[in-house]
Design a protein around this ligand. Sequence first.
Ligand code: SF4
Ligand code: SF4
Ligand code: SF4
Length: 319
Amino acid sequence: MTVRIAGEALNACSGCEISFLDMGERCITLMETLQIVHLPLLMDSKHSGITGRDHSFDIPEADIGLVSGSIKTDDHFHLARAMRKACSTVVALGTCAGHGGIPAMANAYDNQEIEQCFLSTISTDQGSLFPSAHVPALMDTCRAVDEIIRVDHYLPGCPPHPDHIFGLLTALAKGQDYDLPAKSVCSNCPALRNGKGEVVRLLRPLDLPAKASPGTGESRNGLLCFIEQGFLCMGPVTIDGCGGNSSLARCIEAGVPCRGCFGPLPYPGDQRLAMLNALVSNGIDMDSLPETRSLLRFSGGHGRLTPPFGKKDTRTDGS
Ligand code: SF4
Ligand code: SF4
Ligand code: SF4
């Protein structure tokens, strides 16, 4: 039986779709059982008709719908609903879809501030107005996909590793589940942990070996825990698995701290609260943190990131 796949990118950078292509020759293997019926990255697709005036979202019926990106405009909202209607199973592909992702950092500001930011950039003609015609209207907040439609499966990552995309699609085609590790990046980190440190801003290159080897908690190649060196590493509160079939997290392997892109553990936890908890329980002085909102840089959806406390929030539910 052929399994039909449809895909759409909402408030997205297309990195998740590039990761789909990064499956490489495995795409050909998948095509033995899967048929792509709609995927704008690979095939021409116009939602506004040949004239550009029909405002409709016709998604062909599919068994699996891959939705990447979060939801910040009217178009994203209606496109997400069209995907839900057309697809029997919906996958939130990537951390934007699952948790809001980088675009949800906009939730730290209200729309007037976002518009002002656009108007004040050097590439915007002075005296311009914020566009309102022929562009979709902004919603009040940037939302994860499951804040608007029901989601059946989540595949986090910014972007998700091609190994996981292949694994998930292969499993779904067979009617099976696909589980990610239910543990943190720390749980599989080879760094040596033995002390405590003061958190400072990362302002200089880390004096570390370029590569670390997978391990079982022992120090390898001289890698010392980033937090204990005084650098924020989101490993304690981030789900493991970003390395795909490799056992080591991608950033740790590259010799830099985890920034948390695989999202909170457990789903749909609050990475900021969990990280503050982890730091305090390690004796780290909260005053040494210059700010904490960036701890939600990948998971500011679900109402977790809002304009600063005390600032007037003029937003209403725009859905
Ligand atoms: S999860 Fe990352 S790669 Fe995927 S659309 Fe969002 S920003 Fe791009
Ligand atoms: S905090 Fe970072 S460096 Fe330290 S053990 Fe966890 S993942 Fe490894
Ligand atoms: S180590 Fe952390 S930030 Fe880096 S890819 Fe993995 S989950 Fe994302």
